[in-house]
Design a protein around this ligand. Structure first.
Ligand SMILES: Nc1ncnc2c1ncn2[C@@H]1O[C@H](COP(=O)(O)OP(=O)(O)O)[C@@H](O)[C@H]1O
Ligand SMILES: [Mg+2]
Length: 231
């Protein structure tokens, strides 16, 4: 069921945002889109989920060029430096969910501003390293909170073999800041980085225990964020 506002059937727009590069924005945008499309039973011939990249470096395009777009469970579009095109995403009534993959820089400020104005909520990936704290803090304090947008930080790239220290330190920092974060932590799996190089998404992993564990993080995240069911 789609949300309505006025006479529009409106998609829910989720912005995946961080001023820091390499934290998993593209990975989280495409894999959330994949599990949500699968959960909704989206028809691959007419997907109800879309990933829109506003990253001028277009890592997602790089990624999409490596994949067979026809086999993806969601649509993919690169949005150029045209703020009106970003605002128009909200009116794409053929979609239930649109994930915007943002750049890891403040390039294209007008496009980014429109993306924030058009979004219903923001997902902020965070890696478990102190050097990521500063950019994350600026993302929340300077970009998200002034607009009153609901957001959740998602701790990404936890390598269980490293133990819990980095995870605990990062969580403590989040608590000290009073920032909101999901219970779900996205673990580090070689499969995710290989897949992104190959242009695959987690719903396309070969079956097996590791693959389903890896997939399950995104499924759990989608559920926790409330993207799974009707609104
Ligand atoms: N949970 C994860 N497990 C393994 N590799 C990951 C994970 N999240 C991200 N990566 C890898 O880290 C790198 C940066 O991720 P990416 O999604 O491109 O970040 P961003 O879009 O924020 O720059 C990529 O090589 C990606 O494959
Ligand atoms: Mg990216």
């Amino acid at each position: 069921m789609k949300r309505t506002e006025g006479n529009w059937l409106m998609p829910r727009v989720h912005l995946v945002l961080s001023q820091k590069g390499g934290v998993g924005k593209t990975t989280i945008a495409v894999n959330l889109a994949a599990v949500v499309a699968q959960t909704l039973g989206s028809d691959p011939a007419a997907p109800t989920v879309m990933v829109a990249s506003i990253d001028p470096q277009a890592s997602a395009v790089w990624w999409a060029n490596r994949t067979d777009l026809d086999t993806l469970p969601f649509d993919f579009e690169q949005v150029d430096d045209r703020p009106d095109d970003v605002a128009a995403l909200k009116k794409r009534e053929e979609y239930e969910h649109i994930f915007i993959d943002a750049p890891g820089s403040l390039a294209r400020p007008a496009v980014l501003a429109r993306a924030m104005d058009s979004s219903d909520d923001v997902v902020v990936p965070l890696i478990l390293e102190p050097l990521a704290y500063g950019p994350t803090e600026r993302t929340v304090l300077d970009m998200i909170q002034p607009r009153g947008l609901p957001y959740r930080i998602v701790r990404n790239l936890w390598d269980r073999r490293d133990g819990r220290t980095d995870l605990e330190l990062t969580t403590k920092w989040l608590d000290t800041q009073g920032f909101r974060y999901t219970n779900t932590v996205i673990r580090k799996y070689k499969m995710h980085s290989t897949a992104s190089a190959e242009g695959r998404v987690c719903t396309q992993y070969p079956s097996g225990r590791t693959a389903s564990e890896a997939q399950n993080d995104f499924l759990q995240l989608a559920l926790e964020l409330g993207y799974g069911g009707t609104v």
